[in-house]
Write a protein that binds this ligand. Sequence first.
Ligand code: GTP
Ligand code: MG
Length: 385
Amino acid sequence: MRLIPCMRGTDEDEDHSKQIDREIKNWIKTYNEAIKLLLLGTGESGKTTIIKQMKILHVQGFSLKERAEKAVHILHNVHESIYDIVSNMPALSIPLQNPKNIQSQHYILKWGPSGPLEYTEVYFDHVRALWRDGGVRECFKRANEYQLIDSAEYFLDRIDLIEKPDYVPSDADILRCRQKTTGIQKIEFKVKVPKSMHGGVQDFWMFDVGGQRGERKKWIQVFEGINAIWFLVACSDFDQTLREDNTQNRLKEALELFGDVWQSRFLLEAGLIVFLNKQDLLEAKVSQGRSIAPYFPQYDQFSAAGDEYTRTKMFIKSLFMGILTKKRERRQPNASERFIVGEATRSRECYFHFTTATDTDNVRTVFRDVHQIILTQLLNNIGVY
Ligand SMILES: Nc1nc2c(ncn2[C@@H]2O[C@H](COP(=O)(O)OP(=O)(O)OP(=O)(O)O)[C@@H](O)[C@H]2O)c(=O)[nH]1
Ligand SMILES: [Mg+2]
């Protein structure tokens, strides 16, 4: 059934149109299944950050207990950051600027990657001394040559606050906190449907999975019944290698993974929305003079208007759009697979958004747009539009 709202204006048409409206309202009221969204993407692309934003925007935010738990992870992020920087200085042949800081370097290294059990005043004094050191800063600038969390600078700049015994992380701190996801998490929330989309309240289930290679074999468990996939890409990662394989470029891995998702026979019916994420970090990186060209030589032939950052982000978008038009590999399903293959019955669309997942205002706006797309698609599927 495909009902098209009538524009002719006779009484009969008006009745018919009212009936359609009633049907839609009824559908929204009685549609007891939640919209199921699945976040996919490589490790550190920002999936869990989106889940945190949903909690801030559509659930009750973070309780004091949850904030206290996050404070522990933030302390660990501080240690991980300073430890990873100072432990990579010898390999990059970067000496400390102030030789007196060698003591602090030894102090931090002696705790190993997992850090101390107790974070004392002495500990923070050593971190402070190191973070002020020119050599440490030099090594920090070259973080794309080793593995360092994106929030290192954010937390090291805030140690005066973090070291306070009564420190309670803000929403911004929680959004920056890095904890690798293992397994599958789900968040449920309700969102008001805009009046223009016939009003009411819609239930959402959003699933978060781990993006590192070892985690991806679990993904298939949540593929069934998914209405839309949000595929996250860390655009600023163009000059970095994977944490789990330092021979593979992170952006190239994201492109390959996106190709797999786009072609997956299990996901043919799900809508696909690509979040070209970490735009704040991409802009900062490009404005510091880092170019994507050494990693993607085709960039030199790419023409687009605008400054270097705009060109870079449009180029990254074009790389992902290129995957959409690549011919789908057709494989003859065997008899036992036939019932799950299901050829796509309509042409598939993919939407792109430039995002900064740590920015709540940005995510609020993007969610509004995406919600509209998903609702339109759903109504389309049941033949209302
Ligand atoms: N500055 C900035 N940081 C971001 C952005 N998106 C995510 N991050 C940070 O990047 C780190 C990784 O984000 P996560 O949300 O944990 O990534 P993930 O995709 O869930 O990673 P896995 O669980 O390993 O699959 C966190 O420290 C986030 O705060 C962004 O747009 N800008
Ligand atoms: Mg995660």
